[in-house]
Ligand binder design. Structure first.
Ligand code: 6CS
Length: 344
């Protein structure tokens, strides 16, 4: 009799422990840190906010977002994420090529289209992004979540240019983490100056540089159209951003939280891709309305030809750096061909 009582009590105790464990797992609430290279109202902020809202609406976890400048420069954030100080990182691809060489794929001149429907299809379906990059990020201690576009690269200068000869000797600021951006502007005839965003405004005001490139929505949001005189569309590139997590942190999550993070990234990716379709038009519209004297130039097909010819040596240089770079570029070009054929 006594033995039966003990067994009954043991089973009740075990059931109680299991119930508490299961409940506590669902009630487990963490606070995660998410740093990014832009402000809350910018494309990376739109992604981070959508990601955070999804996490907080579907769990008890909280995310604190750190916009650029709150934890230092964009250049510092990758190391802080790899060290596990941050759980999530929003980073412009132009800052990543120095650490993850393959990421210069997204700064290559005259590879990505400017058509927003093709870009939308590409970023949703690309094998280069969805299958080839994740293991490369893992090697660098990161878990890739998303890559998305922020708009066509537009070049702002103090004087108009229509050819590489016009750019000869011009000091052109480029983002500081991309060897390919340096090679691109050398090939375009200019003298590239790698520089963080934090130093660019002062450099433009003191004529330390003769121009810079950024997407139109950023140019408008941060008044670069009031710090330069001409905006030129060359069609040579696109500004892209990534979102990733610290790999050790991500691997340490339970299956439920791993699925939660992946679903939040998918949701945020859809939100920003929808937004990205209108960012260029939005930025240009505001510039034209608020700064009517600012000159807007679109290079003609013939004017683009020497820039495109110069770009082929930069593409070849990227592919020659490693078998991984070449495989990625080949796959990206196949992905872009599919996007051109299938984008509606
Ligand atoms: O030019 C830059 O460095 C900045 N441009 C954009 C569009 N996002 C953040 C980046 O730091």
């Amino acid at each position: 009799m006594k033995k039966k009582l003990n067994l009954k009590m043991f089973k009740a105790l075990l059931a109680g422990i299991m119930l508490v464990t299961v409940t506590s797992m669902n009630l487990y609430a963490a606070e995660w840190k998410y740093a990014m290279g832009e402000g809350l109202g910018d494309p990376q902020g739109i992604y981070a906010t959508a990601f955070t809202n999804y996490i907080e609406e579907n769990s008890r976890h909280k995310i604190k977002i750190y916009p650029v400048g709150s934890l230092g420069e964009e250049t510092d954030m990758m190391e802080q994420t790899k060290a596990g100080i941050l759980q999530f990182l929003g980073q412009s691809t132009g800052y990543m090529g120095g650490t993850i060489p393959e990421m210069d794929l997204f700064t290559l001149p005259y590879v990505m289209p400017t058509d927003t429907r093709q870009l939308d299809y590409f970023f949703k379906n690309s094998k280069a992004i969805n299958e080839m990059l994740p293991p490369i990020f893992n090697k660098h201690g990161l878990e890739l979540l998303s890559i998305f576009p922020e708009g066509e690269m537009a070049v702002t200068t103090f004087v108009p240019f229509h050819s590489p000869a016009d750019l000869k000797g011009k000091k052109m600021r480029v983002m500081p983490g991309s060897p390919i951006l340096v090679e691109t502007y050398k090939a375009f005839g200019a003298s590239p100056v790698p520089m963080t965003w934090g130093d660019l405004i002062g450099a433009l005001k003191t004529n330390m540089v003769d121009g810079q490139e950024n997407p139109t929505v950023w140019i408008e949001a941060y008044d670069l159209d009031h710090l330069t005189k001409v905006l030129t569309y060359t069609g040579h590139g696109h500004f892209n951003a990534s979102a990733s997590a610290n790999k050790k942190f991500f691997d340490g999550l339970g299956e439920r939280d791993k699925k939660l993070v992946r679903s939040a990234a998918e949701h945020a990716h859809q939100v920003i891709l929808k937004e990205a379709e209108k960012l260029d038009a939005y930025g240009l519209g505001r510039i034209v309305r608020s700064n009517p004297d600012f000159k807007i130039v679109t290079l003609t097909k013939d004017e683009r030809t020497p820039f495109k010819e110069a770009a082929t040596s930069v593409q070849a240089l990227f592919a020659s750096k490693s078998a991984s770079n070449k495989a990625l570029l080949d796959q990206m070009q196949a992905d872009l061909k599919e996007a051109e054929a299938k984008a509606k």
